[in-house]
Design a protein around this ligand. Structure first.
Ligand code: ZN
Length: 551
């Protein structure tokens, strides 16, 4: 019998949330998967952000190889960060390998897959897509999804908008979105031919970002009895998710291997750090229209004497009018993070990565020598750590490894995580304290963590707890379960310990130097079949990132 694999991705799921719900009996289907199958925590990418993490899950490669560290990246010479399209990531996804081997794949709501591209089956984009865009391959599938959903198939909720302060509004919209996603997934599971079906539910991530303070009594924004009531509603959503997993399991039957996993974990956000403001105070960054730190005092002196003279000449009103006009013009110029930075005078800055982490670039227009740039990066990392120790903050700072065969890897020189990602990193704020003990916003009270989840059950899976799983282990393990060779360039390994001894004995693990490109389209190694994103699609991705509070 030909085995099938169903993967249910729950964005941001963590055992810190799931285990108590399992104990309470709210998630009986997850409970039985854990009971009968293999499960354990799964380590995310660095940084633990949905975009790179879902790509590492799909490709078995670390961000150093996919070249994707965030939802946006530096392309070419400009420091203006651009949205990631499906054409940007390097390497091939597990569904590309399987497509080339004539296996049927069904990929639903997958992040960073805009525009969708040809596979042997279907592929629909998740985060970055919108139902008014062309987000499905084949294009005709879009209508089918809307029909199956019983109305427009909605892909996201802009939960960072102030109207979602109305918790009931958010919850009712989330339920509708989930309901439609489950209907669509059920329809596809039943009516399409597939060997690998992989769906991603992002609503779990939104729910936790916006509601963490209600489920965590120690959170500064917890509202006591009111939060207790809302916590009950939070559990209800997880109950719906669990019910959906049960429904999917019934549809696929006993002969399918079922995997439930997440891209990263979750925890409270109650701290912020202003990275570019720190770089400015240390003298590495200069804001547009500002004098560098050393000439600041001189400027103050000049300004105050000019004001005295102006007053004396009764020109004050005229001058202040002029000042106002200039200020407005400047504020337009300074919009966005990069707009505030003087690139001709700043040697190091974060041009505007999403808030879970900091990405510091050493300005290669000013510092040409790679050796000098590296020296400066080390200096900044050391200073940050020292500053962190003084203020009781733990900085996790890494330099990405440039992988030789990654053609286009304009990655940051430093990746900065603060307090295990509990503290978000703001780039566009320069005023006030550099570190503050407050959530980023009342609609963003939870943030990502490294510990995601991995649960698997099915005819080829053995039963036990498992440690040390990483997001890169999923793609090789899926290929192995289809008895396909595992490309040597994948960073992850086959999770042998979760596989039944009978299967292991019958099917030795095969390695492949590199697969032939094969037929059936798919993502190519360096020049891929995916088309570049249109300007409209890129704007949409950026808008969504703002709507979701990531920018
Ligand atoms: Zn995520």
């Amino acid at each position: 019998m030909e085995r099938k694999i169903l993967i249910v991705g729950l964005d941001g799921a963590t055992f810190d949330v799931i285990n108590p719900l399992v104990k309470e009996g709210i998630m009986p289907n997850i409970a039985s998967l854990i009971e009968q199958g293999a499960s354990g925590p799964m380590t995310s990418t660095i940084p633990p952000i949905s975009g790179p993490a879902w790509l590492s899950l799909a490709t078995g490669m670390k961000p150093d190889r996919t070249a994707i560290y965030d939802f946006n990246y530096k392309r070419g010479d400009s420091y203006k960060l651009q949205g990631i399209s499906s054409a940007d990531f390097k390497g091939r996804a597990v569904w590309d390998y399987l497509s080339a081997k004539e296996k049927r794949v069904g990929i639903l709501n997958y992040p960073l897959c805009m525009p969708p591209y040809e596979v042997n089956g279907f592929l629909t984009a998740g985060i970055g897509a919108s139902s008014d865009r062309q987000y499905t391959f084949p294009a005709t599938l879009k209508k089918e999804l809307n029909d199956a959903a019983g109305g427009e198939y909605r892909l996201y909720i802009p939960y960072h908008d102030a109207r979602y302060d109305d918790t009931e509004l958010f919850l009712s919209e989330l339920k509708k979105v989930l309901h439609k996603q489950v209907r669509v997934a059920t329809y596809l599971l039943k009516n399409k031919n597939w060997d690998l079906f992989w769906l991603v539910i992002s609503g779990t991530d939104w729910l936790q970002h916006i509601m963490w303070h209600h489920i965590d009594e120690s959170h500064p924004l917890n509202q006591g009895d009111n939060s207790k009531k809302i916590h009950a509603r939070f559990k209800e959503i997880w109950g719906i998710i669990d019910g959906a997993i049960g429904e999917f399991k019934n549809i696929v039957g006993q002969d399918t291997n079922l995997v439930v996993l997440s891209d990263h974990g979750f925890g409270p956000n109650d701290q912020i750090f202003k990275l570019n403001a720190w770089l400015e105070r240390e003298g590495y960054l200069v804001r547009r229209g500002r004098l560098s730190r050393t000439s600041h005092i001189a400027k103050k002196l000049i300004y105050s004497s000019a004001r005295t003279i102006a007053r004396a000449m009764r020109l004050n009103r005229f001058l202040s009018g002029l000042y106002e006009t200039g200020r407005k013009a400047k504020s337009v110029l300074r919009s966005g993070t990069l707009g505030q930075i003087d690139l001709e005078r700043s040697v190091a800055f974060d041009p505007g990565h999403t808030i879970p982490f900091g990405g510091v670039y050493i300005n290669d227009n000013l510092i040409k020598s790679p050796g000098q740039r590296q020296k400066l990066a080390v200096e900044i990392a050391d200073k940050l750590r020292v500053w962190g120790r003084k203020h009781n903050l733990e900085f996790d700072i890494r330099s990405p490894n440039k992988v030789e065969d990654t053609m286009l890897c304009n990655h940051p020189d430093l990746i900065v995580g603060v307090n295990n990602y509990r503290c978000v990193v703001l780039k566009d704020q320069f005023k006030g304290e550099l570190f503050e003990e407050r959530p980023f916003s009342p609609r963003h009270t939870g943030s990502h963590r490294m510990n995601g989840i991995f649960i698997a059950d099915g005819p080829d899976i053995s039963s036990h707890r498992i440690e040390g799983v990483t997001v890169c282990d999923i793609a090789p393990t899926i290929l192995y379960l289809f008895d396909e060779p595992v490309p040597v360039k994948m960073d992850g390994r086959v999770l042998e310990s979760i596989v039944n001894p009978e299967y292991l004995a019958q099917y030795p693990i095969k390695r492949a130097r590199d697969e032939s490109a094969g037929k059936g389209g798919g993502h190519k190694e360096t020049i891929n079949s995916a088309e570049e994103m249109t300007d409209e699609d890129e704007e949409l991705l950026k808008k969504q990132l703002r709507d979701l509070g990531y920018l």
